[in-house]
Design a protein around this ligand. Structure first.
Ligand code: F6P
Length: 412
């Protein structure tokens, strides 16, 4: 096809990424950029999320530039800037955004983000008529993508967000490695995992041989705590190597014996422009309560930004390309205010455009971990969750060393 015949020649599509980064954002940017360029669009990158559309704007041209989609994070950088009025910033910056969209002659905007970034994009579409396409992103996997998991004749409303597969793989590997140090000291390691108010990512630790777990969806009241400590004691004592790794979500609601209140542990009192506080520190509290109550040595380890770091994994790479194929469909039909998602939970080879659909960005919200995925009486992820995860990540291989040395009895 000759350049002049390209459908969108003379049009500009801009991409921005907002919120916490993931290992799959560059892959999303590259996949959308490549496809939009083929349709004839000039492709711009807006730097630092919505911040790049404030003031004089901060915009780069991605059209004929080399791009490394396997490299994690986002080359467009990110921010938690909210163009709409918020408690932290009561002034509306929407007029600045509109002015820059016009100055840079941006015809279509692709916003890569979670609920916050895409929520703002959705409002711009609804209130100002800006042609917007949302692209899902979060390691927390809590964006309501309405992706169905078919499990033993049941349809479970699951979630599949780019970024989660890579982060889940990293958490599983991290957990599996911790085993050797935990075993050496016969310790319990309480492993804190990101995910905000949802336990999706915490579950991936079970692919690294973790056992019991705590998630934000199950409140840890005084009574549940007592029960939990009993289960921990029994599980620890029956473990052949007298060791346990317990993944806990950063957003677990934990009863504080001193204050008598049930709350999340905050890393800071600051909130971002979308009103979110930062969580962190629950693992230390749980580890010290285990030591005090059960007299078993326990330590805390925070996976933190490790889960978000590093290269894009294979599943995420193909997932972002597949969703970008759906973006082409939306562009061709000029169908805006939508977000491409997978219709069902599929394995790597089934990540194909025919398994995608587009949902109204207006319906996007948070999706906690479904009840079917966690047994709150056993503090364990269920077989249904294992089935969900095994579609997305392989079971990492770890060296096993089972020993049973004969005990030496001194003679005489
Ligand atoms: O929402 C993604 C996320 O990684 C959460 O899991 C975590 O609570 C938060 O971002 C951390 O945010 P920040 O990058 O601002 O520390």
């Amino acid at each position: 096809m000759k350049q002049e015949h390209k459908l969108f020649k003379g049009k500009t599509l801009a991409i921005l990424s907002g919120g916490g980064d993931t290992p799959a954002i560059n892959s999303s940017i590259e996949s959308v950029r490549n496809r939009a360029s083929m349709l004839g669009f000039k492709v711009y990158g807006i730097l630092k999320g919505w911040k790049g559309l404030l003031g004089d704007g901060d915009v780069v041209d991605l059209t004929h530039q080399p791009y490394d989609g396997l490299y994690g994070g986002t080359a467009l950088r990110s921010s938690r800037t909210n163009p709409f009025p918020s408690k932290k910033n009561p002034e509306s910056r929407v007029p600045q955004v509109l002015k820059n969209l016009e100055r840079y002659k941006i015809d279509v905007l692709v916003s890569i983000g979670g609920d916050d970034t895409n929520g703002a994009a959705k409002r711009l579409y609804e209130t100002e008529g800006i042609p917007v396409i949302g692209f899902p992103k979060t390691i927390d996997n809590d964006l309501r993508t309405k992706t169905i998991h078919h499990y033993h004749g049941k349809e479970i409303e699951a979630v599949l967000c780019p970024g989660f597969p890579s982060a889940a793989m990293s958490v599983a590997e991290f957990t599996g490695k911790l085993k050797t140090t935990a075993e050496s000291h016969s310790r319990i390691i309480v492993l804190e995992v990101m995910g905000r108010d949802a336990g999706w990512l915490t579950g991936s630790a079970i692919f690294g041989s973790a056992d019991l777990a705590l998630i934000p969806e199950v409140e840890m009241t005084r009574e549940r705590k007592d029960f939990f400590f009993e289960v921990v004691r029994e599980t620890y004592l029956s473990a052949p190597k007298k060791t346990l790794i317990i993944p806990v979500s950063e957003g677990v609601r934990w009863f504080d014996d001193k204050t008598g209140k049930l709350d999340v542990v905050y890393a800071s009192s600051e909130v971002d422009e979308y009103g979110h506080p930062r969580f962190g520190g629950i693992s230390g509290i749980i580890a010290s309560e285990i030591t005090n109550r059960l007299k078993i040595e326990a330590r805390a380890q925070i996976t933190g930004y490790y889960a978000r770091s590093g290269d894009c994994r294979e599943y995420d790479r193909r997932l972002t390309m597949t969703l970008a194929d759906k973006v082409v469909d939306l562009l061709l039909r000029e169908d805006y205010g939508k977000m491409p998602v997978m219709k069902k939970i599929v394995t790597y080879p089934e990540l194909e455009e025919f398994n995608t659909t587009a949902i109204d960005m207006g319906n996007v919200g948070n999706r906690p971990l479904p009840e079917e995925y966690f047994d709150s009486n056993k503090f364990r992820f269920t077989d249904a969750y294992i089935d969900f995860l095994s579609h997305i990540i392989p079971l990492p291989q770890f060296r096993e060393f089972t020993y049973d040395f004969p005990v030496v009895i001194p003679e005489g």
